[in-house]
Structure formats: C-alpha cells, structure tokens
Design a protein around this ligand. Structure first.
Ligand code: URA
Length: 210
C-alpha cells in the first residue's frame, strides 16, 4: 500500500464492510452498519491523538490519568455522504466539533466549486479528521483539503471506507502530509466514476434517495 495510507484490516471492520457492500443491504441496515464502522474507524484514526495528564481520585485512591481533549477534535464531513459517518464517530468522541464542506463539480470546467464551508473557530488549536465514505477520483478530497488548510488546523487526517488507487494517488500527490485511513482500497473506477466493486452510491444508499 502507498506510503501514508493505512488500511484497517481489523476483522470487525472487514466483516461490517462486507455486509455494507452487499446490494441487498437495506437502507436501515446500511445506516446502522455505516454508524458501527465509523465508530470503529474513529478508534483507529484517533490512536495517536495527544493525551494530557490529569489528577483524579478513584474510590480507592488518587492517581494520574490521561485524557484527550475531545473538543479539540473536529470531524469535517464532505457533503453529502460524509454526514453518514458523523454519528458513529461522535458516539466515541462526543465532545468533538463538526465542520462541513460542500462541493459540486462544474459541468463545464470539471472543477470542484464550493457551495458551503463552515468550520469551528480557532482551527489552529484543533485536529481535523476529514470524512467521506468513498475516495473515488479524489478531486473533492483534494479541493476540501485545499480549503481546509486555509484555516490552518493543527493536524489533518483523512478517513474513507472505500478508496481506489486513482483517488489515493491524487490525494497523496496534492496532500502528501495528510495520512489516509481506509477500510479497503478497491481495484479502480468504472466509466461513471464509481469505485469497482465499491458499494454503489454511498449517499443514495445512506439517505435512501434511490
Ligand atoms: N461516490 C460514491 O458514493 N460511490 C462511488 O463508488 C464513487 C463515488
């Protein structure tokens, strides 16, 4: 696998991803599985977040414990499908802040055009975790990271469920400093820009719009 890309091979992740991919999986089950997968992915992607020491009292005595500062974590959802990842991640980091990036592709220029961008204040003291279930061409991911970097977050990580070599190469070329976490890297893209075998349109499957 390319440098800077971590495929989460944990059996629970692989099991749930397989259930999620199946074309017979209902919208209800797709939502539940995406939530469960997102919580598991959050566990992996937050592995190296800084801890600070804190003095506490247990019922038996004093000790020094360790806490992350959950409020310093910002989950950045790339609209629309990234929304499907938020609840699961927030279930394990409930204090996290949430940002949104909305982009569409201009039919003439094929460039990503921003229609929504909202981040918490003081990004310089926050660790951003950008989420989107599918890393296909990588163009939205690159544009979202370009824009996010203008806010100068303390660190940035990128999380998808399913990527492909084209998307990974594009993202790594433009943002080699951003580590990528995925549950799977599939074989490629078809003529319609869908990841093969992928799981179809993640937004449509999550929102039940098809
Ligand atoms: N977006 C999706 O939802 N699925 C793909 O396969 C590619 C992009």
């Amino acid at each position: 696998m390319a440098a800077g890309v971590e495929v989460i091979g944990h059996p629970l992740v692989q099991h749930k991803l397989t259930l999620l991919r199946r074309k017979t999986t209902s919208t209800v089950d797709f939502r539940r599985l995406l939530g469960e997968l997102s919580a598991l992915m959050a566990y992996e992607v937050t592995r190296d977040l800084p801890l600070h020491e804190v003095a506490i009292e247990t019922p038996v005595g004093p000790m020094t414990g360790h806490l992350i500062d959950g409020k310093k974590v910002v989950f950045v959802a790339i609209l629309r499908a990234g929304i499907g990842i938020l609840d699961g991640m927030l279930s394990v980091v409930p204090g996290a802040r949430v940002g949104h990036v909305g982009l569409y592709r201009d039919a003439q220029t094929l460039r990503a055009v921003e229609y929504y961008f909202r981040m918490p204040r003081d990004m310089a003291s926050r660790d951003a975790i950008v989420v989107d279930p599918m890393l296909a061409t990588g163009n939205s991911a690159v544009a979202a990271l370009d824009r996010l970097k203008e806010t100068r977050p303390r660190s940035i990580r990128y999380v998808c469920l399913v990527g492909c070599p084209e998307g990974v190469a594009n993202l790594r070329k433009h943002h080699p400093d951003v580590p990528v976490f995925a549950a799977a890297i599939d074989s490629g893209l078809n003529d319609h820009g869908y990841i093969v075998p992928g799981l179809g349109d993640a937004g449509d499957r999550y929102f039940g719009t098809k």
